[in-house]
Design a protein around this ligand. Structure first.
Ligand code: HAM
Length: 427
């Protein structure tokens, strides 16, 4: 019986691995040029850690286990709690602002579907220690810096931005108590993801008062920041958070990415720890789920027993992004190349070929050879399948201390003295 991969997981054959590396190498390159340093944590953590503040949805999707010492553990479904835990541990020695990035392998027991797996990779970029909305602008810029670099334009993708702080203040005006906010956010987060009647059914369960419910529906239909004050009398906090949103858009304009960004009051985010600015990145044309999302989580470090330090950041997964790049023909991993393939004309030169190949590898050059002592044409075929740039052919000339170097692109051959070949390699 052949054993298939576990439901919701993906095997990465070399061709898939090349695609994954192409995406991840880009994430890392762009993070570094935006001033972020890489970190990582363990693949499993105490189960409790994800139950504190990530929210019910993610808790339901946990892969949990008990170790032999009876500890309740979970495979990480996200890295933000690990980030908060790690930063708290060394808070006194870390220079602020802390600008860190990571590319963790994550697991969520979701229903596998297009763009959603049970195991995936996620690019995380976070800034800790900056209260100003400039940090939110910077992480959004960083995400767009990558997406633009791979060839996605403002016609392809959009960053939808809102503020939970503003929403909380507006909900307060409507008469929603603070304790009711978190479960209400979970419902509002589903507004764009579910059919309208299913959403209204969920909302009715959460908000029984029809008057309040209608006000919420009216509010959620707002399309611009300016419209908010027409819809409701703004409290001082609401006004402040509207002003903060406006300043964020202004900064995004200064950074030259305003054409990618829109205000969308429907962006609430599914995770419970978000406190202020929230955003999600979408493909404009298709029905794909979010490419990524993030926002402010100003209370998480404190909720994890640390000091009161603000934070903001985002996560972008490899699945939706991979589908989108593939659809648009933008996924262009370079095929792996060999510098040299060492071939031989006759069995008697097999050992010499191994010797030359080993010398080339020691000199830092990617090289390979054939295990089979077959004909030269078969070996040359293998060399071109392996994308070798050059082929060294060892034959009768080797008895005169010479070898043939064949350029695989031009088919030009050069006879060269062995010692000269290696001296030239060094220089
Ligand atoms: P999230 O919205 O749960 O946020 O995930 C961010 C992105 O990860 C999603 O938009 C999606 O691209 C990808 N993703 C999530 N679940 C799956 C899945 N099952 N299969 C494939 N891709 C998936 C967070 O995780 C936050 N911790 C991000 C963050 C960092 N917020 C602040 N800093």
């Amino acid at each position: 019986m052949k054993i298939p991969p576990v439901k919701g997981t993906k095997d990465f054959y070399p061709v898939d691995m090349a695609r994954r590396n192409w995406i991840i190498d880009g994430w890392k390159r762009v993070s570094v040029r935006n001033g972020f340093e890489e970190y990582d944590g363990p693949i499993f953590e105490y189960l409790k850690m994800f139950q504190i503040k990530s929210g019910d949805e993610i808790v339901e999707q946990l892969f949990s286990l008990k170790d032999r010492g009876g500890r309740e553990l979970a495979i990480r479904p996200e890295i933000t709690p690990t980030l908060a835990r790690m930063v708290n541990q060394q808070i006194n020695s870390l220079a602020r602002p802390i600008k860190w990035f990571s590319v963790p392998r994550l697991c969520r027991a979701e229903r596998p579907q297009r763009g959603r797996l049970r195991e995936f990779f996620q690019w995380n970029v976070d800034i800790i220690g900056v209260e100003d909305v400039l940090a939110d602008a910077e992480v959004i810029f960083c995400a767009l810096d990558y997406l633009r670099e791979v060839g996605l334009g403002a016609d392809d993708i959009v960053v939808k931005i809102s503020s939970r702080e503003m929403l909380a203040a507006l909900m307060q005006t409507i008469g929603i108590a603070e304790g009711e906010l978190e479960p209400l956010y979970a419902v509002l987060d589903k507004r764009n993801k579910l059919p309208n009647d299913t959403f209204e059914e969920m909302l009715t369960k959460q908000v029984t008062d029809e008057n309040k419910r209608n006000k919420i529906i009216e509010l959620m239909a707002i399309e611009s920041i300016e419209q908010i004050s027409d819809c409701l009398q703004l409290s001082k906090t609401a006004k402040e958070s509207v002003d903060e949103l406006s300043r964020l858009f202004e900064l995004l304009g200064v950074m030259g990415v305003a054409d990618f960004c829109v205000f969308d009051i429907g962006i609430v985010r599914g995770l419970a720890y978000y406190t202020g600015i929230v955003f999600e990145i979408y493909d404009k044309a298709s029905q794909l789920r979010a490419i990524g999302g993030g926002g402010r989580f100003d209370n998480l470090l404190q909720q994890f027993g640390g000091p009161d330090i603000p934070a903001t950041g985002f996560g972008i997964g490899d699945c939706v992004l991979g589908i989108l790049l593939e659809e648009k023909g933008l996924l262009k991993p370079e095929p792996q190349k060999l510098d040299y393939f060492v071939a031989f004309t006759d069995k008697q030169f097999f050992q010499k070929a191994i010797e030359i190949m080993a010398k080339l590898r020691r000199a830092g050059l990617a090289s390979d050879f054939s295990y089979k002592t077959g004909g030269l044409s078969k070996q040359l075929k293998q060399a071109s399948l392996a994308n070798a740039k050059k082929c060294i052919i060892i034959g009768e000339e080797f008895n005169n201390n010479q070898l043939v170097v064949k350029d695989m692109a031009t088919s030009q051959q050069e006879l060269i003295e062995v010692n000269r070949f290696f001296t030239e390699l060094k220089s």
